[in-house]
Ligand binder design. Sequence first.
Ligand SMILES: [Zn+2]
Length: 83
Amino acid sequence: MSNPYLCPNCKTNRTRFNIMEQVPVSVKLDPGTGNLVHQYSEEESLDPFHLPYNGSSRLVQCAACGVTGEEEMFIKRAQSKPL
Ligand SMILES: [Zn+2]
């Protein structure tokens, strides 16, 4: 299922976008060096103090004016101003 987009900034672009799929990787780092101590696999459960990624799965950039935001912003704007 797809949804129309409309840029909430320039308010004219409905066709040209750059879409960034977010692929979160949960890691544990060494506090002193920043070196990777552990990278969680998808099946593995996170430790009790590690919150899972809760951001949007997809970011969208308007390829006309360059503004970047959550996909929802572009969908909502298109729904409020249908063609
Ligand atoms: Zn725009």
